[in-house]
Design a protein around this ligand. Sequence first.
Ligand code: GGG
Length: 347
Amino acid sequence: MKVYKIAQIPGDGIGRDVTAAAWAVLTKAASAGGFRFEGREFPWSCKFYKETGAMMPDDGIETLRGFDAILLGAVGWPAEVPDSVSLHGLLLPIRKAFVQYANIRPHRLLPGVQSPLKAEGFDILCIRENTEGEYSGAGGRVHQGTADEVAIETSIFTRTGVERILRFAFERARTRRGKLASVTKSNAQKHTMVFWDEVTQRLAAEYPDIEVTSYHIDAMAARMVMAPESLDVVVASNLFGDILTDLGAAIQGGLGFAASANINPDRTAPSMFEPVHGSAPDIAHLGIANPIAAIWSGAMMLDHLGETEAAAAVMAAIERTTAAGIGTVPGKDKTDTITEAVLAALA
Ligand code: GGG
């Protein structure tokens, strides 16, 4: 029997609740599909940071390298650890070390879920550059605490990084409706974003079958609200993709429905699957977090592992659950109720 080794990092806050839900569904999907998961849980989190001074041990990356995939919950406990420390101590180094350069985030309405914008008929695949750009961590501060203080954050866009994410997006567009929206702010940011636009135009010549449109981020934000059904694949830099996908989550009913996959397309290291939402400390341990985003992320993991039938079964179970009105309204149903409904709907 095929056995997949999965590293589980529940993280902080509701991360623990939603990864437990996803794990229960994944375990059942595996047994129905004739394969098995062997999970190992890592306590890396803000609590771990408080105890050890680091978000993960020095050999954390090397430890994770031995797994087939990583299932992550959420990171952040801003009352105790600055968000910049938790993000740069765990999530971002994993994405970078494992060359998970494509962050894939689907935005569509599940049956029974209402978009707060009353949007319908949209199916957007956001592809976020995930290893460089505005989140490179380069920069510094001088004259701290004085009137002359200066803070600099350097965006790093490499030819390798920009080409590979755009090529990935073109290829994805080919498997869908053949439309690609490339998002920058090249009128205001005249180095990195102009470079991104140039690479987009050059690659467009290699993909004559793909209809490519370049948008500025502000115009894209408006389009996602006003005409989301006009969009197919949307590709953007790390920061712009991060922001647009919270907007996408809002259009699809809320962050409780937004799944994501941090993919290493070359399969030279494990990929990581996590809901888009954060740790939501305000509702942590109340048992009301919506686990659907985490379960959907688990379905994306199944797909990536090649277990496409099991992935489809989990998605069908999620859809049967929301179609029955369970988990469709934020805060209405308990995490356990939604999880049990998905488990029951899993054929
Ligand atoms: N579930 C992932 C999580 O904890 N997200 C919090 C966050 O702010 N992430 C920023 C990012 O995805 O780059």
